[in-house]
Design a binder for this molecule. Structure first.
Ligand code: PGA
Length: 246
């Protein structure tokens, strides 16, 4: 695992966009996307580079990590709308090349299995972008999720519901409590992982993920035993680490 520590959010976004740009140039075909606040500056930087003619997503397929269950189709906070608004509508992705778990299926368990199959049929994810929750989750894999889990239906931890209520006008009861998420095992199968972490609120969990046990108690810890994982964080998020940047 490579750890890159940058001064602040703009430099993290630039470093993350550099990595994605480099992978696009070397033939990346399947990109795993994360929602949440952390990757937004990276996506904004990629949009800027696209407009400058530097990067293209033509022919690239994208798979989202997760999707809420229970929101009306088309709700502005469902993740397939969020990613469109924050990123994919502003670059040259084909709309149907951006995939997400079908949280509106009458049979969410079957939809989960189909999503794994769809990722496999696409040849697997070349590079998966990840954020980390304050409880150590990746995707919606909360602490305790088996490290070999596949895409599945899950309940959100209370801390995650509270954290995500900011996207729902601060109203906790408006946040769905269930989701479909790629499993930790699904995520680990991506050929490369890019974990982006910013802000002092993530300092404790980042230290746990990078210096504690690789175990279900902190799903993000799996970045450490992946053959090609890069963690890019800012100084604020790195505050709990002993400092050994590259
Ligand atoms: P955030 O979410 O980027 O909005 O902090 C990260 C996550 O919950 O995975």
């Amino acid at each position: 695992m490579r750890l890159l520590i940058r001064p602040g959010v703009p430099e993290v976004a630039e470093a993350a966009a550099d990595l994605i740009e480099e992978r696009l140039r070397s033939g990346l075909r399947v990109l795993g996307l994360a929602t949440g606040s952390t990757p937004v500056p990276t996506y904004t930087e990629l949009i800027r580079r696209h407009r400058a003619g530097r990067v293209s997503f033509s022919g690239v397929r994208a798979f989202l990590l997760d999707e809420y269950i229970g929101l009306p189709d088309g709700h502005p906070e469902c993740y397939r709308e969020v990613i469109r608004r924050d990123f994919t509508a502003h670059v040259d992705f084909d709309d149907d090349a951006v995939r997400s778990p079908d949280a509106w299926s009458a049979d969410p368990d079957a939809a989960a299995a189909e999503y794994d199959a769809e990722i496999r049929a696409a040849g697997g994810v070349d590079l998966q972008v990840l954020g980390i929750g304050r409880d150590g989750h990746i995707g919606f894999n909360e602490p305790g999720t088996p490290l070999d889990s596949r895409t599945h239906v899950t309940d959100l931890a209370d801390e995650t519901v509270v954290d995500n209520s900011r996207f729902f006008g601060g109203v906790r009861d408006s946040v769905p409590t269930r989701a479909l998420t790629q499993g930790v095992g699904t995520i680990r199968e991506a050929r490369s992982l890019l974990l982006v972490v910013t802000g002092a609120a993530k300092a404790t969990v980042l230290a746990n993920a990078l210096r504690g046990e690789i175990a279900p108690g902190c799903p993000a810890s799996v970045v450490r035993d992946h053959p090609d994982a890069v963690v890019i964080c800012d100084e604020a998020a790195a505050a709990g680490l002993d400092r050994t940047p590259d």
